[in-house]
Design a protein around this ligand. Structure first.
Ligand code: FMN
Length: 332
């Protein structure tokens, strides 16, 4: 009997396919469907720090107008704790309902850019029954008065603050826009976080040349987008103190196998589910089983990480050799 199970953030997952945070995980019906097709865990669509803060401020303003709020209560987390509003209420309800509807682990997700005022919310997420929290962190470095060290410190402050508030496992989902990415991933792995998701994907600006406007496109990834996470999983999987999960460009069973070979504990998928429907999860699992059968592997543990760069002291040297070998000999 083939064993597809893997462990991620302390959870034993029945297979390595996690439905990533997206609009496909924003309702109980969709989550149930995703479980039915075989996903081993689900990350709910994110709630944004701004949504939490906006609601909180609106409520405070309303209460202030009614004469209930005194300036000294602003900034008091215990006080904010009692404020219940529509968006946060709905998010917590989604967690509770999803938890009672499915058996697979349900991870909540918070998209955040600062460690201020909203960090009471992870405790509420925990109380609602979420199995873990994924922090989607991205600070666009457009404030030129700040150094990269200043920006990176914010990531650690957020992690620290959230860990103080919640005792369920926390993971972080980051981008690759860092000046010293490998070191940053390693440093994050030395905090209490249990997992790092490599990498996030953003709505990117595009240009409408007819209407001379900026719009956004490239919402869904393509299979070729796997290259960046594949490289960094290969470089980092044996150099960190926590689990790494691959995200971006994992569209097929083959893509998943590649990520497992370089050391991912699991993969997160979103675009391929938008393009092919949730049944893609079942097809990817079949592909995995067929491949494992052909290679006589009976468990993921037998091959996971086999192609990571763990035996190479300086991964950059390896990258450089590859570059010379392939580009010099390329005939077009
Ligand atoms: C329509 C859409 C909505 C998304 N919403 C979220 C979100 O709320 N929170 C989040 O962390 N990531 C979100 N993502 C990013 C995905 O979780 C994932 O990281 C990214 O799409 C790359 O994976 P993929 O190549 O499998 O799509 C979204 C992606 C898409 C396509």
């Amino acid at each position: 009997m083939m064993d597809l199970s893997t462990s991620y953030m302390g959870f034993k997952l029945k297979n390595p396919i996690i439905a990533g945070s997206s609009g496909l995980t924003d309702s109980v019906d969709k989550i149930t469907e995703i479980e039915k097709h075989g996903a081993s865990a689900v990350v709910l669509r994110s709630i944004f720090e701004e949504e939490i803060l906006l609601e909180m401020n609106a409520k405070l303003q309303q209460m202030s107008t009614n004469g209930f709020v005194y300036p000294e209560t602003v900034g008091d987390y215990d006080y904010f704790d009692k404020v219940e509003e529509e968006t946060t209420y709905k998010y917590l309800k989604l967690i509770r309902d999803a938890k009672s509807a499915v058996r697979i682990p349900v991870f909540a997700s918070i998209n955040c850019v600062s460690p201020k005022n909203w960090t009471y919310f992870p405790k509420q997420i925990e109380d609602a029954g979420a199995d873990a929290i994924e922090l989607n962190l991205f600070i666009l470095p457009t404030d030129f008065n700040r150094t990269s060290a200043d920006n990176e410190r914010v990531y650690f402050s957020i992690i620290d603050e959230v860990q103080k508030q919640a005792s369920i496992p926390v993971s972080v989902k980051i981008s690759y826009y860092f000046s010293n990415l490998g070191k940053l991933i390693q440093d994050i792995s030395k905090t209490e976080v249990k997992g790092i998701v490599l990498f996030n994907r953003f709505y990117s600006p595009d240009i409408d040349i007819e209407n001379l406007e900026i719009n956004s496109s490239f919402v869904l990834s393509n299979p070729s987008d796997i290259a960046i996470s594949l490289r960094w999983l290969a470089i980092m999987s044996c150099r960190v103190n926590c689990d790494l999960v691959a995200s971006t460009g994992v569209h097929t069973g083959k893509d998943m196998i590649k990520q497992l070979l370089v050391g991912a504990k699991a993969v997160q998928v979103a675009s391929t589910l938008y393009k092919n429907g949730s049944q893609q999860i079942g097809l990817m699992l079949e592909e995995l089983k067929t491949w494992m059968g052909s290679k006589k592997f009976e468990s993921i543990a037998e091959f996971r990480g086999q192609l990571s760069q763990k035996h190479i002291d300086n991964p950059a040297a390896f990258e450089r050799v590859q570059f010379m070998k392939y580009f010099r000999g390329f005939k077009g």
